[in-house]
Each structure stands twice: as C-alpha cells, then as structure tokens.
Write a protein that binds this ligand. Structure first.
Ligand SMILES: [Zn+2]
Length: 143
C-alpha cells in the first residue's frame, strides 16, 4: 500500500522556499511527524546542507540526534527528510538510493526549474540502499 504523507500548506511553502533560497545548490531538512500509513508531518526542520558539492546534500548527524532525543517519549518521530533537485529531476538519484539505508524513511524531493520550485514528490525508502517506492504527498487545509 502506498503511504500518504500529509503536509500543511505552510509546511509545503517552507520546503519550497528553502529550495528556492538554496538554488543552485540543494537544500535539505528533516521531517518530524506521526502515523503509519498516513503520516502527518508536524514539523519541517531546515538543516544547513553540509555537502561540499552543489549537487549533493548532507544533513548534520548531530542535528538528527538532537531531534531524536527531543522526540523520545512523544508520539512524534523523525519520519524522513526533504531535499531539492536543482536539475529539475523529480525522482531520487542513484546517489539518493545509496544513502537510503533506513527502511520506511520518507523522502520528499523538490524539483527545481530555472530556480523555481515545482510540485513536491514523495518516496518511501525500501532500506539497505534498495531504492524507493512511491509515496503520495497530500497538502492539507490548515486546521
Ligand atoms: Zn537527490
């Protein structure tokens, strides 16, 4: 079954704005959320891209640990991450697949066309560098 990722309009706008600010480099960040087959994103955390190359991204592992600690004992967790593709590609690269070690991790990709963010695409990691399956991204009305 395809997992659904629910973002608020505001969270969607945060992600696309980060992607546009970082262009022509990639942006990246963590997705905090809850749920199983329907995952509701509760927080989008922009993280400085530590990659040395413009067409790579690297999330500070310390930032990830800090959030894991902060969320311990709550019903929220790090459900995945987002990053942008300045070359406009909507699908994960082979490098993305190699980095997708954790199963069930959600990946949001923001394709960029001439510096403007397009519609966010969602994927779910199969784990162990095995690649991704599709996930559907739902933009919820503000509650
Ligand atoms: Zn990528």
């Amino acid at each position: 079954m395809t997992v659904k990722i629910e973002l608020s309009r505001k969270q969607r706008d945060t992600v696309t704005l980060e992607a546009e600010k970082a262009f022509p480099a990639e942006c990246c960040g963590l997705l905090i959320g809850r749920g199983q087959s329907l995952i509701t994103v509760t927080n989008v955390v922009a993280v400085e891209n530590q990659a040395e190359s413009q067409n790579r991204f690297l999330i500070d592992p310390q930032c990830q640990f800090d959030w894991m600690r902060k969320l311990r004992g709550t019903n929220e967790r790090i459900v995945g991450l987002y990053h942008s593709h300045p070359n406009g590609r909507t699908t994960p690269s082979s490098h993305d697949a190699e980095m997708a070690i954790d199963p069930d991790q959600l990946w949001l990709i923001v394709p960029m066309t001439e510096g403007v963010a397009g519609e966010i695409a969602g994927f779910q990691s199969k784990g162990a560098g095995e690649g991704f399956c599709d996930a559907s991204v739902v933009i919820a009305d503000e509650s």
